[in-house]
Design a protein. Structure first.
Length: 256
């Protein structure tokens, strides 16, 4: 039987928590018999009532843990969970459960086929996303595939599983953690792109699997949605350019 550590980053998720996303996660996990599991909810210094809600839930549900981490953005929250993961496969998923955790059953079999990373993919369509987000997503996809990972359609779906040993090797090498900059608000970045690019360059096998995705994010405390989306899009473009530049400079030339 497989064993899976599930990492859920948390920043100002009060509304999602109140609508019962962790109950949904728990209901699936306690009924399935495919793998042993643990859930690590990684609080990134939320400024709303998220931490108190998570602590209340964790106190009543075995198998769930909460990590109260210093603020650093989504990559930092994910990395905090990876460091505490006790099982050989780690999966990180978004709190809003736009991709429900049951989709993990589509990913796990590929580890038996020799893959090191298995990523969920929304394909080229974003169900429930606004027109502007659809348009920006297509632009991001075109620009990213022009320079990096042209065989992968969706690098940004927040539903990825990888071998824990590999995650612990690759995350400290991400540019995000080398900047030493102060991150305010919920910084997402395109860390997924760099992670996948480095893994591919180092010879690890990556599998992209189509999963169900429907925008379910009910959070209203992460900042203005339109402004946040523009900021994240700019950051992602900058980091794609930086990954390409780093590669040309030979910064990723490491052996497996």
């Amino acid at each position: 039987m497989k064993s899976l550590s599930i990492v859920i980053p948390c920043y100002n998720e009060e509304n999602n928590l109140k609508r019962g996303v962790l109950d949904e996660v728990n209901q699936f996990l306690t009924k399935q018999k495919k793998f042993k599991w643990e859930v690590l909810v990684c609080n990134d210094e939320s400024t709303d009532n998220s931490l108190a809600l998570v602590k209340k839930f964790v106190a009543k549900h075995p198998g769930f843990r909460v990590l109260d981490l210093p603020h650093g953005g989504k990559p930092s929250a994910v990395w905090g969970g990876i460091q505490q993961a006790k099982y050989p496969i780690v999966l990180f998923t978004d709190m809003d459960q736009s991709t429900p955790l049951k989709e993990s059953l589509k990913l796990l079999p590929f580890f038996d086929q020799g893959y090191d990373i298995v990523i969920g993919s929304r394909g080229a369509v974003r169900q429930g996303a606004s027109f502007i987000r659809q348009l920006m997503a297509k632009g991001f996809l075109f620009g990213r595939r022009l320079f990096l990972l042209r065989d992968i359609v969706d690098t940004q779906c927040g539903f990825k599983a990888l071998k824990t040993d590999l995650a612990k090797k690759i995350f400290p090498e991400l540019q995000f953690f080398k900047e030493k900059s102060n991150n305010s608000g919920w910084r997402v970045s395109a860390f997924d792109v760099e992670m996948l690019f480095m893994a591919q360059k180092w010879g690890y096998k990556i599998k992209e699997v189509l999963v169900h995705w429907q925008d379910e994010d009910a959070s209203t405390t992460k900042g203005d949605d339109a402004a946040r989306f523009k900021k994240e899009s700019k950051q992602m473009l900058q980091e794609i350019i930086r990954v390409k530049r780093n590669d040309l400079l030979g910064l990723y030339d490491q052996k497996k």
